[in-house]
Ligand binder design. Sequence first.
Ligand code: IPM
Ligand code: MG
Length: 363
Amino acid sequence: MEYKVTLLPGDGIGPEVVAAGAEVLRAVGEKFGHKFEMSEALVGGIAIDETGNPLPEETLEMCRSGDAVLLGAVGGPKWSDPLAPVRPEQGLLGLRKGLGLFANIRPVKLFPALADASPLKPEIVQGVDLVIVRELTGGIYFGKPQEKQVTPDGKREALDTMRYNEDEVARLLHVAYQIARQRRRKVTSVDKANVLASSRLWREVAHEVAAQYPDVESEDVLVDACAMYLMRRPAGFDVIAAGNLFGDILSDEASMLAGSMGMLPSASLGEKPADGGTWFGMYEPVHGSAPDIAGKGIANPLATILSVAMMLRTSFGLAEEADAVERAVEQVLVDGYRTPDIMSEGMKQVGTAEMTGAVVKRI
Ligand code: IPM
Ligand code: MG
């Protein structure tokens, strides 16, 4: 089979980690006899610099014509002036919306070899294996109005709108339940129903969807309590379903359970095709552009490499190939290779290229 993958390196360490992901894809292609045709396009700050637009139409077109997207990261201090007319993040939000990627899947799994890399006590993080399913194209990130204005008495004010309709909530929860059925069969739906109307609708719909999955255990947890439980008993979670804002915040928090953000992959998916064909998705590391270490060759490529594994399994149905990539990552960790973000005493410190090479050798 031939698969078309669009590479969007973006900003900061994005180009370094996407190059690593592309190298792994090539290695998988050679080993298993697939062809991954890769082409590159602009998004984020670099797209602003070169075209004035964080998401050029050409980029969206290229993504649409392919089978999957591998994205690095967007943003950086160069483009973060709050008064700037365009921002790199608009490129990422535009991609999600423009490609209909409403479900963001963020697995958080502790590799046993990294148990000491987490800032939390080993007995707390032991056995952590959860998935955050975050709604990605609605809620307060997209609700209108969103604006800054001056009131009649001359004060500046700004507002955002948190809006969800029942279909947006239901389709996200169905994804969460389907994932739970392939795991430990538990879904935690997160909201702030004690305060927000949009959360009360979320909970109402969550219960309707839950009733369709009697084989899966369901619970509701308020977002503030969820933040606390993630620190107190993280191993008790299986699938966490949350709206756009809550999922964004909880997934950064949860990343610390795995030792480093440099380890966490993600998939952003749209509707699953009924015919079992390619399931279009965008795959990206959770860590962001890390401008402080960009260009130094020390970024951890493993989150991107694990994102490639998710792409192989989810979009292309290549489970054996995905397993091979994940096993190779596990093995480099067991063999002691560490980028600086996960370095600990007695281990071999390496940079991006050496880490990638070590993974490729083990595929
Ligand atoms: C993420 C990031 C993005 C988000 C930013 C870069 C817009 O934090 O993917 O979690 O808020 O969704
Ligand atoms: Mg985030």
